[in-house]
Design a binder for this molecule. Structure first.
Ligand SMILES: [Zn+2]
Length: 252
């Protein structure tokens, strides 16, 4: 009989191990222990069997598959030895559906995680920063009308006047332009602005938990964005964070 099994590459093993955060997704057991050196207990299981026996093929003839290729990442899952063994012996359609559903959930999780660390997001912020750095004179800018300013309700009065004025000036001078740049990005890749805004908000929420001082949080957000965008211009980063204050992702 032909053996369809292909050994997963070490990169595939790493991704599969990460996908379950180093624990068996079925019983929660740690998949490694230390005895002299790090030992692993993990096994890589095929959700749809690589070489189904005839009665197994019959049992699973109507089930949905995660991939037509039994050796693809979609059909593989890391589990502990015990859970793997129980899954394979005896094979049941009920267990198949349980593993299928769990793997689907793990893949959705991966998608959510990678959306958060999407590199394109940084590239797009850099495009907006570049357009700020290319401004040549005052007349390139359209000021935001003062009646549209929403800063008073966001930046509390305990902050210094100079800090409040800096944010206010940046919003008035640059908000319309940054908004337009983000609109242009969205026209090319839909929801891109939403992705960026979600990242900024996520970072803000993490920082405000450790420090309630708005000026300090502003500084940390600028440093974070500056780091993420390869330290092109911390002034442009300030302008972008100020944009997100007016736009309600920060200090709201
Ligand atoms: Zn287990």
């Amino acid at each position: 009989m032909v053996d369809n099994r292909v050994n997963p590459t070490s990169n595939m093993k790493l991704l599969l191990y990460n996908q379950v955060d180093g624990r068996c997704p079925f019983c929660g057991k740690n998949l490694h222990y230390v005895k002299n050196q790090i030992q692993t207990l993990l096994e890589i299981a095929h959700i749809y069997p690589a070489n189904p026996k005839s009665h197994e093929a019959e049992l699973l003839k109507d089930v949905p598959r995660l991939s037509e290729d039994v050796n693809s990442m979609e059909n593989l899952i890391v589990a502990c030895r015990d859970c793997h063994k129980k899954f394979d012996h005896p094979r049941t359609a009920e267990d198949y559906y349980r593993w299928y559903d769990l793997k689907k959930e793990l893949m959705l999780n991966d998608e959510a995680k990678s959306a958060f660390f999407d590199n394109n997001v940084e590239e797009d912020i850099i495009k907006v920063m570049d357009s700020l750095l290319k401004i040549e004179c005052e007349s390139d800018l359209v000021q935001l009308s003062l009646s549209a300013l929403k800063l008073d309700e966001k930046i509390n009065k305990e902050n210094s006047f100079i800090f409040r004025k800096k944010i206010r000036d940046q919003v008035v001078d640059y908000y319309p332009m940054v908004r337009e740049q983000f609109n242009e990005l969205d026209a090319i890749s839909p929801y891109q602005f939403e992705k960026i805004a979600t990242q900024v908000k996520g970072c803000y929420l993490t920082l405000i938990k450790i420090n309630e001082n708005q000026e300090a949080v502003f500084r940390m957000l600028v440093a974070w964005l500056d780091e993420k965008t390869g330290k092109i211009s911390s002034l442009a980063c300030e302008i972008i964070i100020s944009f997100f204050i007016q736009n309600c992702e920060v200090f709201s």
